[in-house]
Write a protein that binds this ligand. Structure first.
Ligand SMILES: [Fe+2]
Length: 194
């Protein structure tokens, strides 16, 4: 093959290469995005999520909480201390062990954990976090009810039922703008569709 033939051949190969690359790009650009898997979106992990405060006793001296992890977590624990200015509260914490219960849905099997703190001081701010002793949530805060009756605000929501993440964020944002110091919320329903 003469030199000019070699050059022609190289250009031909390059053209085919570019045509191929453009075709792949067109397919990729024209393709619709894929729906992210609900199983992955809602999958539990060793890190706590869905942390909820509730009461099972006197609101002045007790505080209960629940949270979710994957099934690897079997040593649920709450760490807590009275709130101080700054982070030094973390040097004077107490720990309370929780209980675990498996819960299976169409998306996953998770462990739901619960614990109750008792012997708390009335009208007092506490910082707390939940975890397995190694992996923790962020620090959060609650306030026990005062000895003397205090006025307070709370939210009362209907049964959101379905598309909760998609639509209820707007409701929650509006509610907390309206009453930023609300002490708790009540859902008048089970928040599920079936
Ligand atoms: Fe419902």
């Amino acid at each position: 093959m003469r030199l000019s033939g070699v050059v022609d051949r190289l250009f031909t190969v390059k053209r085919i290469y570019w045509v191929g690359l453009c075709a792949v790009a067109a397919v990729l650009l024209g393709q619709e995005a894929l729906k992210y898997s609900e199983k992955l979106e809602h999958a539990p992990t060793p890190l706590p999520d869905r942390l909820i405060l509730t009461w099972s006793g006197d609101a002045k001296t007790t505080q209960s909480m629940t949270w979710r992890t994957d099934t690897s977590v079997t040593t649920p624990v709450v760490e807590f201390a009275e709130t101080q200015d700054g982070p030094n509260f973390a040097k004077a914490t107490s720990k309370v062990k929780g209980m675990s219960q498996p819960f299976e849905t169409e998306l996953s099997v998770a462990h739901y954990h619960s614990a109750t703190l008792t012997g708390l001081k009335a009208g007092t701010n506490y910082n707390y976090r939940v975890g397995d002793g190694v992996n923790w949530s962020e620090w959060n805060r609650f306030r026990t009810a005062g000895v003397v009756e205090e006025d307070f605000e709370f939210f009362y929501f209907g049964d959101a039922q379905t598309q909760i993440a998609e639509h209820c964020a707007l409701l929650f944002q509006t509610a907390f703008r309206h009453a930023p110091n609300a002490r708790f919320l009540v859902h008048a329903g089970d928040l599920i569709n079936n």
